[in-house]
Write a protein that binds this ligand. Structure first.
Ligand code: ZN
Ligand code: ZN
Length: 328
């Protein structure tokens, strides 16, 4: 499909700053008309030029007339996203972020922040699955605490033994796993965190003006990665309650996870590709928060990663801890 302007016939795009459909030709707001018909086999519904699509592309730009096209059958039925975080930052704002981040760096090559280069930046919606899990964490062990003191010419050591029991229920909401093969998983993990409170119900119009990809594989094939995250975070949660013991022995531990649901969502990423010395450097900017991930071409191939390592978003909507501490 294609969004056309009722006033001038131009291609209407979603403007992240105005939060509205905006005609770049006559500046009308919300004057869009949906023209169905962009399909995998079709030519551009606006100019008739042939469109070559990658296997998973669901929104693209006509190379001939520059119209933004949404491929109907890749955003409908089983491929219809349930949720989306619409782009919040427009191209100009992302340029500002890059100027600020790299403008004063001594080793930034000339041309890196050129107008023409930055103008070629494109916004991309990346497919994600958001899994809900609950975890049932059970733990028991024998813990010791040791106390020493001196009295007269004697040194005393007292070891106390404890039954350490933890029974915890934790709910994990919207654990994200990217569903794109092409998208680098490590980079995508660095894009986190998104503010998931701003997820909205999916609408076609948000895709106009951007590229998008449909999920590459079904959610069942990716749930292992979500489960790993849940296991890891459950371990952390458990560990945070076990401080203060000198030793923990006779450990009995079980973490049982249970998938509660999954939703298909699209998340916004700006991409800037810069060619330098025969290498392509790819920068990604979180289209919602402005976080930059990428490495600049600098002397000796020194690698700088922007943004700290990330834990992945795990919202603990509630957990209950019951503990029984009993001195033997
Ligand atoms: Zn118009
Ligand atoms: Zn066209």
């Amino acid at each position: 499909m294609l969004f056309k302007c009722r006033n001038c016939g131009g291609n209407i795009v979603y403007d992240p700053v105005k939060k509205a459909m905006c005609c770049p030709h006559c500046e009308s707001l919300d004057s869009e008309e949906k023209l169905p018909g962009s399909s995998i086999v079709n030519n551009c519904p606006n100019c008739g030029a042939p469109i070559v699509l990658k296997e998973h592309t669901s929104a693209t730009k006509c190379p001939s007339c520059g119209s933004y096209l949404i491929i109907d059958e890749r955003v409908q039925e089983v491929y219809e996203p349930e949720l989306i975080i619409p782009f919040k930052l427009g191209k100009n704002q992302v340029k500002e972020i890059l100027y600020k981040e790299f403008g004063k760096r001594p080793f930034t090559p000339a041309g890196f922040l050129s107008y023409a280069g930055l103008e070629k930046m494109e916004g991309n919606y990346v497919p994600f699955f958001m899994y809900d899990y609950s975890a049932d964490i059970n733990y028991s062990a024998v813990g010791t605490k040791v106390r020493s003191w001196t009295s007269g010419s004697y040194r005393y050591t007292e070891t106390s033994y404890f039954d350490v029991v933890r029974e915890m229920d934790a709910d994990f909401e919207k654990v994200p796993v990217d569903a794109s093969v092409e998208m680098d998983d490590t980079k995508m993990d660095l894009m986190e965190p998104y503010k998931y409170g701003e997820l909205e119900k999916y609408q076609d119009k948000y895709l106009s003006g951007f590229y998008a990809e449909k999920y590459n594989m079904p959610s069942t094939e990716l749930e292992g990665r979500a489960e790993e995250k849940v296991q890891r975070d459950s371990e952390e949660l458990l560990k945070s309650t076990l401080g203060g013991y000198a030793t923990l022995t006779n450990v009995n531990k079980s973490i049982r996870t249970d998938k509660k649901g999954v939703k298909y969502a699209l998340l916004p990423v700006w991409e800037y590709i810069f060619g330098y010395g025969g290498t392509e450097y790819k920068f990604m900017v979180n289209g919602q928060t402005g976080k930059v991930v990428g490495t600049t071409p600098v002397a000796k191939g020194k690698v700088i990663a922007y943004g700290a390592t990330v834990f992945g978003l795990v919202t603990l909507i509630g957990f209950m801890i019951r503990m029984a501490l009993m001195a033997l």
